[in-house]
Design a protein around this ligand. Structure first.
Ligand code: ASP
Ligand code: MG
Length: 592
């Protein structure tokens, strides 16, 4: 018998009418022959109300009691939902996280799921009941109530779908699906038919706030297709499917996003030697600050400049921590706030040329100055002034014509929502500590060389000119990193296949001359070490662990970029093998 998980978010259960509406959807699904598990959030803004109540009592409520309090929101919803189903003539049973057997660790207010037992749910389902599960909560080994972090009901839903090996996981919300970008900023944004887990992970972390990032990590790890749809639509209007395929196989860019509140911290003149990165980023990981857009410049005279972004809310804590590191290491700390990050995301860009230059050109034409650049396999991000953020987002959305549906679809074979699922035994064994960091692979790429252009003039259009010149020669660029330069002038480094380095240097020198940049340098043989996995960003310690391993092996890090699913570091060519070995050892305990 097929099994569906239906999750209803706060806005979808905000009133008694909406609860009745959700109950009808579940009964209808059951009548169509499915077993149904509902996962519900607290009604409307109830969780915020509870947070506020706690704050009225004390500025620092104990985390354990906070969880005790917040979990009540979902308990209200599940009870009312079960009553609604009874009132409509159906059979239902409501269950708390503890009653289901959702075991988490003990980190209150941000607990991670360790295991879920499916027995009790199965029994109720086989008896013909609709199971109504409280989202967002679990219990630790001592039966203390825990919560999974704000927005965590999505994660509950996808996790239940994974353990129950559900045929589909429907997320009912107040939007029609996943859009190419935020429609409030770009009215022409289009609902996507589907988006891949990887793209969604990037977009979710970029503030396309449709889904809790961790729920997408689950979806990817356990191959659960997630159907995001609007609970308000009467007809069964399809939403967007987050699955293992992108919307179209020939589009380079699928979506774009803006993270408004970014701040940058720069450290200039730190020693360019093994261990520097480790000292800085392990400290930040200890205080749980997620770092993004890490840019290190090729050192001159034994010193390097490092810059990275953090969310503006983390700025004070990050500055304190980095200040301590700088006192130990040497170097000067500065920062700028009022920045935003605009990013384009697409699986297709991993294999297509000419994405970067189009993005930079679009920004240049909108007179937007790029302050820093960082890329991953499937994402290009540019840091811009906050006042220009929305305009920048519109410019890139237009450039890639995201408002138009793709001409060809990725081919799905038969069952569009069916994918190869792991066997039950496999799922159960993988469920052991199911939210742990898993590293899928660690790889060494010795095919690339690096080109660096120094002292970029600080004005719009420079990156566009450079990458247009590069694209004109059909050079396939892999990593791009811009930022952290001397005297406010950024450096720009990029990598190309080794046999194209000479050609790229020629292009770079011409461009540098024309644009008034400083000298061009290159390294025809570099090694890129990549760590792939799920949860790379939400587990803040990954970067720290990498830098530690490399530092202990005496290997200097030259360039870095990070994404949700991968961290890349560039090291000297002759250190590649040793680096690979060091990383494999460092991550041995979490290799999938
Ligand atoms: N009620 C919780 C929150 O507001 C969990 C959720 O809605 O996903 O964060
Ligand atoms: Mg939510």
């Amino acid at each position: 018998m097929s099994l569906i998980v239906q999750k209803f978010g706060g806005t979808s259960v905000a009133t008694s009418e909406k609860i009745m509406g959700a109950a009808r959807k579940a009964i209808r699904a059951q009548q169509q022959g499915h077993q149904v598990v509902m996962v519900v959030s607290a009604m409307g803004k109830q969780t915020d109300v509870l947070v506020d109540l706690a704050r009225q009592i004390t500025e620092q409520p104990p985390a354990r009691e906070m969880d005790m309090l917040l979990s009540t929101g979902e308990q209200v919803s599940v009870a009312l939902m079960a009553m609604a189903i009874h009132a409509l003539g159906g059979q239902a049973v409501s269950l708390t996280g503890g009653q289901i057997g959702i075991k988490t660790d003990s980190s209150h207010t941000k607990a991670r799921i360790q295991s879920i037992s499916s027995e009790r749910m199965r029994k109720h389902l086989d008896d013909g009941h609709i199971v109504i599960a409280a989202g967002f909560q679990g219990v630790d080994d001592d039966y203390n109530i825990t919560t999974l972090g704000r927005g965590g009901s999505d994660t509950t839903a996808v996790a239940l779908a994974a353990v129950l090996r559900a045929d589909s996981c429907e997320i009912y919300t107040d939007v029609d699906g996943v859009f190419t970008t935020d429609p409030r900023i770009v009215p022409s944004a289009r609902k996507m038919e589907r988006v891949s887990h990887d793209e969604m992970l990037e977009l979710a972390s970029l503030g396309a706030g449709v889904m809790h990032s961790r729920s997408i990590e689950f979806g990817k790890k356990f191959d659960v297709p997630i159907h995001v749809r609007n609970s308000a639509s009467f007809s069964d209007e399809p939403g967007s499917i987050i699955g293992n395929l992108p919307e179209s196989s020939d589009r380079a860019v699928s979506g774009c996003a803006l993270t408004k509140n970014e701040a940058r911290i720069s450290l200039t003149g730190v020693p360019d030697k093994p261990g520097t990165m480790h000292r800085i980023f392990s400290r930040l990981a200890t205080v749980n600050i997620a770092v993004d857009m890490i840019v290190q410049n090729i050192g001159a005279a034994g010193v390097a400049d490092i810059a990275f972004t953090v969310l503006e809310t983390d700025l004070p804590a990050a500055l304190k921590t980095v200040g301590e590191a700088a006192r130990e290491l040497g170097g000067e700390v500065s920062h700028d706030a009022n920045l935003s990050k605009v990013s384009v995301v697409g699986l297709g860009m991993a294999t297509q040329t000419g994405v970067a230059d189009r993005m930079f050109r679009a920004l240049a034409d909108a007179r937007v100055n790029i302050q820093a650049i960082s890329t991953s396999q499937i994402k290009i991000s540019a840091l811009v002034e906050r006042a220009q953020g929305m305009e920048a987002l519109r410019a890139v959305h237009d450039e890639f014509e995201l408002e138009k549906p793709p001409q060809s679809r990725a081919s799905f074979g038969d069952g569009a929502t069916k994918v190869e699922r792991p066997s039950p035994v496999d799922v159960v064994s993988r469920l052991q500590r199911m939210e742990d960091l898993t590293i899928d692979d660690i790889r060494l790429d010795q095919t690339q060389g690096r080109i660096t252009i120094s002292q970029l003039p600080d004005s719009p259009g420079i990156a566009a000119e450079i990458f247009e010149a590069v694209a004109a020669e059909s050079l396939l660029v892999d990593m791009i990193v811009q930022g952290a330069g001397r005297d406010g002038l950024a450096n720009l480094s990029f990598t190309v296949p080794r046999d194209a380095v000479l050609q790229a240097v020629g292009v770079a020198m011409d461009a540098a001359d024309r644009l008034g940049c400083g000298p061009v340098s290159s390294d025809a043989t570099i090694a890129i070490l990549s760590v792939f996995g799920v949860g790379i960003r939400t587990h803040v310690g990954v970067g720290a662990r990498m830098f530690k391993a490399l530092s202990e092996a005496g290997i200097n890090v030259e360039m870095i970029n990070t994404s949700e699913v991968r961290v890349n570091v560039v090291v000297a060519a002759d250190k590649g093998e040793a680096g690979l070995k060091a990383l494999r050892t460092a991550f041995a305990d979490v290799m999938g």
